[in-house]
Ligand binder design. Structure first.
Ligand code: ADP
Ligand code: MG
Ligand code: ZN
Length: 628
């Protein structure tokens, strides 16, 4: 419940009180004759009999089973004015009735004014109970507000953290690019819809499925789609929400979660970030965590506690399956693993199609070319990209999203915000040479991706940028391709040095050199692409509690370590030599390109290549671009 609701409640309380008070007053003053007559004068029974004998009584109304009477009598003392007087009677006397009859006095008996009494009762009851309900409601909501004062008092209750969606409204069609994962789950959906077909042949469906993959690849979305397709409720909680300050809270949350799930079965229970609770227990590094272990134990107990075919399917998501406790992965628990990875070209295209459904795209927008330019983008990145483009288009008051907005958004996602253009000076010239250095080397190398554009407009940390069109299938890269990348990454520094001399080179190449070194080292230690031979010198099972780099490189001798360093150095220096050569040979083209770049700030790939072909032949690119 949010704040505005609480405000409304707070304000409505006094109004409620006033309303009820008025209501009660109204009831008392109007609806009950007997109550109204509370305000009339009274007389004793003896005096009443006297009045009767004197013939001053005109009318008698009995109330309250004859215990009370309101009489109308002439008061001689008051100029014979007719007065209403109240008399309490002894237990009904038949003689009185006979006497009244005899004296021909009009009399009447009234039932207990139960309606009025009822009203009084109701108002007396309703008001305090309303008050109590309202107050307890208020207290409860303030308790459940995250971080609110009542937090410590309400621990153990999952009312806050377990979210239930009766209908997720998401279907398999909304999830794209992870077809294998969807196929895996098709069976789960069928089971949730028609469990009989499975149970009839004695098959039991897995209780737990683990979704493994980097953030933003659609794990949550997929889990919701399963619930949506099967038409069952979706319970979700994040692993980090299990682990609280107090020992035992997490465990009780797990119990609560399963209790609820059982009530709503068949259903999907989704535990996000399960690594937060499911880490390997008892490693001792950094001290144990009682709370986490208790929570994990409870989770295991609960998972063992229900039969496979109760219709509860637990889907957990993590991006670090390597650190999970092995007990979690045992049969009967999360014994099925489904990997969702960063999408490839086809996947990206499919995801873009899903998210382009509700966007107005101009005819010049090619989803294929977006997909080609965005290797490494997750589904969430792509969704975000299209949304950013839409926002940009709206800001420019365009009716359609054009390729311009999309290009801008891609650049922004990859390289950060656009900065102000540099003023013309020596620095700008140097940056221009640096970028053209990258671009010309990349263009003239057979195995390098083609230039998409070169720009001097700063973005993020970079003062200038050279974009290459990435070839598809970045997971399979040849040695020649990596070398070409290293050479072109060194092209920037090489150009600076050739043109300005080795005392004038700048820190601008720092990032390039980092990448170069990392690529060269991986060639040696991971991919067996050096003279050391096809050996992997990385320990893939590095301890999850220490950073990867702290434990890798430990498994081999000092001799090999020295050799690795030598090989890395050799690769880099060979490549630098190549880069310098290309710069030296093409100095005339470079000077021309730099002038154009400084004037235009941005030169696109086609133009760049056109200028280069005026001077030299372009190599025929040998790229592993997949068929698209
Ligand atoms: P994860 O749980 O893996 O971190 P999410 O499922 O939360 O990722 O994805 C975030 C958003 O990104 C989704 O709501 C969706 O808009 C988009 N998205 C991610 N993957 C896909 C996909 N495969 N198909 C369509 N949209 C996707
Ligand atoms: Mg998620
Ligand atoms: Zn550079």
């Amino acid at each position: 419940m949010n704040l505005s609701w609480k405000k409304i409640l707070l304000w409505s309380l006094p109004i409620l009180v006033i309303f009820v008070l008025i209501w009660q007053g109204f009831v008392i003053s109007s609806s009950s004759e007997i109550n109204q007559n509370l305000f009339t004068s009274r007389m004793t029974y003896g005096r009443f009999l006297e009045y009767l004998n004197m013939g001053w009584i005109k009318k008698v109304d009995f109330y309250d089973f004859g215990h009370t009477a309101i009489i109308e009598a002439i008061e001689p003392e008051l100029d014979n004015k007719l007065q209403k007087i109240r008399v309490e009677l002894p237990p009904t006397t038949p003689e009185l009735i006979a006497k009244l009859k005899q004296c021909k006095i009009d009399f009447d008996a009234h039932p207990v004014q139960d309606t009025s009494l009822l009203w009084v009762w109701i108002t007396d009851l309703v008001f305090p109970s309303l008050l109590i309900i309202a107050i307890s409601f208020l207290l409860r909501t303030s308790n459940s507000a995250p971080g609110g004062p009542g937090q410590a008092m309400s621990f153990g209750k999952t009312k806050v953290s377990v979210q239930m969606e009766a209908k997720t409204g998401i279907e398999f069609d909304d999830v794209a690019g992870i077809e294998e994962a969807k196929e895996e789950f098709q069976e789960v959906v069928t089971f949730l819809k028609k469990p009989e077909s499975f149970t009839a042949v004695g098959a039991s469906i897995p209780k737990g499925v683990l979704l493994v993959g980097p953030p933003g690849t659609g794990k949550t979305l997929l889990a919701k789609a399963i619930a949506g397709e099967a038409g069952v409720p979706f319970f979700s909680i994040s692993g980090s929400e299990f682990v609280e300050m107090f020992v035992g809270v997490g465990a009780s949350r797990v119990r609560d979660l399963f209790k609820k799930a059982k009530i709503h079965a068949p259903c999907i229970v989704f535990i996000d970030e399960i690594d937060a609770v499911g880490r390997q227990r008892g490693t001792g590094i950094g001290g144990g965590n009682d709370e986490r272990e208790q929570t994990l134990n409870q989770l295991l107990t609960q998972m063992d506690g229900f039969e496979g075919n109760t219709g509860i399917i637990i889907i957990a998501a993590t991006n670090r399956v390597d650190i999970l406790d092995s007990a979690l992965l045992r049969p009967g628990r999360f014994d099925r693993q489904v990997t969702v990875d960063i999408p490839d070209f086809k996947g990206r295209l499919a995801i873009l199609k899903v998210h382009a459904r509700n966007k107005l795209l101009n005819v010049d927008v090619s989803l294929k070319s977006i997909a080609r330019r965005t290797p490494g983008f997750s589904g969430a990145d792509l969704a975000n990209l299209l949304n950013e483009s839409a926002i940009l288009a709206a800001r420019k008051r365009k009716d359609f999203i054009t390729m311009i907005e999309i290009d801008q958004s891609i650049d922004r996602v990859i390289a950060g915000m656009e900065g102000v253009p540099l003023v013309d000076n020596k620095i700008k010239r140097l940056i221009a040479y640096h970028e053209v250095g990258h671009a010309i080397v990349g263009t003239l190398l057979k195995n390098h991706d083609p230039v998409q554009k070169v720009t001097l407009i700063p973005r993020g940390q970079a003062r200038g940028l050279t974009w290459f069109i990435p070839s598809e299938d970045q997971t399979l890269i040849s040695r020649a391709q990596i070398l070409a990348r290293i050479v072109s990454a060194l092209g920037g520094r090489a150009a600076e040095e050739v043109v300005f001399g080795d005392t004038e080179v700048t820190t601008g190449a720092g990032n390039d050199l980092q990448q170069v070194t990392s690529m060269a080292r991986q060639m040696v230690t991971r991919f067996g692409m050096s003279n050391i031979g096809p050996i992997s010198l990385e320990n893939p099972n590095s301890n999850p509690f220490l950073g990867r780099t702290m434990t890798s490189n430990l498994d081999y001798s000092d001799g090999i370590a020295t050799n690795v360093d030598l090989q890395v150095e050799k690769i880099v220096s060979d490549c630098y030599y190549q880069a310098t050569n290309i710069i030296l040979k093409n100095r005339v083209i470079i000077d021309r390109l730099v002038d154009i770049l400084i004037e235009k700030e941005t030169v696109n790939g086609e133009e760049f290549r056109r200028i280069v072909t005026e001077y030299t032949r372009l190599p025929e690119k040998q790229l592993y671009i997949s068929h698209c």
